[in-house]
Design a protein around this ligand. Structure first.
Ligand SMILES: Cc1cc2nc3c(=O)[nH]c(=O)nc-3n(C[C@H](O)[C@H](O)[C@H](O)COP(=O)(O)OP(=O)(O)OC[C@H]3O[C@@H](n4cnc5c(N)ncnc54)[C@H](O)[C@@H]3O)c2cc1C
Ligand code: SF4
Length: 550
């Protein structure tokens, strides 16, 4: 079977969902192909069931093992302080090398936004000039002001609730919704930051602080990463995708895995081949193809299809979440398991030159919920331990007192971090799996050491200096944010796509996901930027389609 659309969008996460909406809204006929199934927030997320805590995100398609990883770097004595540990469980990694704990993502309609916390950040304007200012990574081929209208649009679609007092990111209009009040735990972290002379403001969150767009306000259950059962979290499946479908111009096919892109005549790709859940193969012809499979699977699809890699840049400059979290017990019963995750943030070290002596920034937030300290099971196994009456007494005494502070930092590209095709391992469709190469340079580890030190200081000043657990990126690869691999830029020798996500070589091939980031930012969460960029690229594509210039 072959059918024809103006544009095929491959992947329905932050990038693909936003691109599909922005094209369909302009009257372009779109086919959105998603490898995973749809999720029903009202029945698939299990927060109302007794066993809610036993599953993190209820993935319908297992993601472990979808990619392989090359052996990672050896752990060194000089960085011992950065090893992950827990008072009850001991060291999390007892091996000699950094462990591959899996790349966190979702295969489903809405992509990884189904599982995401929902922080909705804009980039720091200076973080888009890393090459010209500091000689590292690459400059973004646009400045913050050029992206600002698209940020506004993405925030309006998602329903972002944010502060009115963030001086670091200029805005031409207020957030659509007022910021959320700080939860009990975050109020302690705010006091801790104040003691240390650090700023602490409400975080910008893709979670509704008031009813908006036929969705209810957040109830502060704290389990966003398990999937929001109320639809107030602004994941792509409840925002961009229903709006794209409502235009009447977007056809959505789930459980449709694209196997390859088909090179057409001259400088065009002509279509795609995909396989559905029943194992039937289909061909689709299109005037343009938008690839948005995420920063690991997008380079895999391009490499496996043998398109787009003429300059050898596809897969290079892979960047990942440089993260740290420390958790301690507060003296007072805080009820810290309740509230909105990461509802506050300290941006003081976010600018690329803000950490003394180290290029690249970072930021700090309360992460009790991301550390999964929201239920009795985690307390029983990670905070209290033991058995019997003593265990029960300790549980009663400690539940709701855990406080966690986390940091996310810049991840600079290096030659040891890239994605290629595994020469030995194929998936069930016979396509080579993506192989992840991840290496943390000494600059990254120095930044991570600063993040760990400052996190501990904030935790102590917040009244929770009795630390019982710490974990970070040093001894385990487990990123939630991945970027790079199809860098955007103006020079075809150094980048894969142009400033509108268009391949330098294949003129109707667009990349619209986290792959295009030239640098990672100093700890900003990426989904809002991915959405803003995807809207911008899709609008450019729609204008070209109208002019007959595809
Ligand atoms: C636990 C967790 C917490 C996070 N928290 C935040 C946060 O608070 N704020 C934030 O901004 N970001 C957060 N992120 C990151 C954010 O979710 C991602 O950066 C973002 O979703 C990436 O968008 P993307 O379009 O690049 O890829 P994805 O959203 O991963 O979408 C890619 C899609 O492509 C599909 N696909 C892949 N290959 C194929 C194929 N061959 N054919 C068809 N479909 C295919 C996949 O199934 C998937 O649906 C978090 C992520 C996780 C896992
Ligand atoms: S805290 Fe709010 S946004 Fe998060 S899952 Fe609960 S209701 Fe949804």
């Amino acid at each position: 079977m072959t059918d024809t659309f103006d544009v095929v969008v491959i992947g329905s996460g932050a990038g693909g969902g936003a691109a599909a909406w922005a094209l369909a809204e302009r009257g372009v006929s779109v086919l959105l192909l998603e490898a995973g199934p749809a999720y029903d927030p009202f029945s698939d997320y299990r927060l109302d069931r007794p066993d809610w805590e036993t599953q993190h995100f209820p993935a319908k398609v297992p993601t472990k093992g979808r990619q392989t990883a090359a052996p990672m770097q050896k752990l060194e004595e000089k960085w011992r302080d950065l090893q992950s540990w827990n008072r009850v469980k001991g060291l999390y990694n007892t091996g000699e090398r950094r462990g591959n704990w899996g790349y966190s993502h979702v295969v489903g309609l809405g992509g990884s936004t189904l599982h995401f916390t929902g922080e909705a950040h804009r980039m720091h304007p200076d973080a888009m000039r890393m090459r010209s200012r500091f000689g590292v990574a690459a400059d973004w081929p646009m400045d913050y002001a050029e992206l600002e209208p698209f940020y506004l649009e993405a925030e309006r679609l998602v329903g972002v609730a944010g502060p009115s007092n963030d001086p670091t990111r200029p805005r031409s209009a207020p957030y659509p919704l007022p910021a959320h009040p700080l939860c009990y735990g975050s109020q302690q972290v705010e006091k801790g930051c104040q003691k240390l002379g650090l700023s602490f403001i409400a975080n910008a969150r893709a979670a509704l602080s008031q009813p908006y767009d036929n969705r209810p306000a957040c109830n502060y259950c704290g389990n966003c990463t398990r999937g929001c059962p109320r639809t107030d979290k602004g994941s792509v499946d409840v925002t961009f995708i229903p709006k794209a479908a409502a235009t009447g111009h977007c056809t959505i096919r789930t459980e449709a895995t694209v196997l390859r892109l088909e090179a057409g005549p001259a400088d065009h790709v002509s279509g795609v081949e995909y396989i559905n859940a029943a194992g039937a193969k289909h061909n689709v012809k299109a005037r343009a193809i938008v690839v948005a499979c995420g920063a690991v699977e997008t380079p895999r699809l391009l490499l496996a299809s043998d398109v787009g890699n003429e300059s050898g840049q596809v897969g290079r400059h892979f960047m990942e979440t440089l993260s740290w979290a420390s958790s301690g017990l507060h003296d007072d019963p805080l009820g810290s398991h309740r509230g909105l995750p990461s509802d506050g943030v300290c941006w003081d070290f976010n600018a690329p030159d803000a950490i003394p002596g180290i290029v690249g920034g970072c930021r700090f937030s309360p992460v009790v919920h991301e550390a999964d300290l929201t239920g009795p099971l985690t307390y029983a196994t990670r905070v209290v331990g033991g058995w019997g009456r003593a265990h029960k007494t300790a549980m009663r005494e400690r539940f709701g007192r855990a406080l966690s502070v986390g940091a996310i930092g810049e991840s600079l590209p290096n030659p040891g971090s890239y994605i290629d095709l595994d020469p030995e391992v194929r998936d069930k469709n016979g396509i080579a799996k993506a192989r992840i190469h991840s290496h943390l340079d000494d600059t990254e580890l120095k930044r991570l050491a600063f993040m760990a030190k400052t996190t501990r200081e904030i935790l102590k000043a917040s009244g929770a200096g009795d630390i019982f657990e710490e974990y970070g990126a040093y001894d385990g690869f487990q990123p939630t944010h991945v970027f790079g691999t199809c860098r955007m830029g103006t020079d075809p020798a150094e980048s894969v796509v142009d400033p509108f996500g268009r391949s330098h070589r294949w003129r109707n091939l667009i990349v619209a996901d986290a792959s295009v980031f030239p640098s990672s930012g100093g700890g900003e969460s990426p989904a809002l930027t991915i959405e803003a960029l995807a809207i911008r690229s899709a609008r450019h594509l729609a204008d070209r389609a109208k002019r007959g210039d595809l």
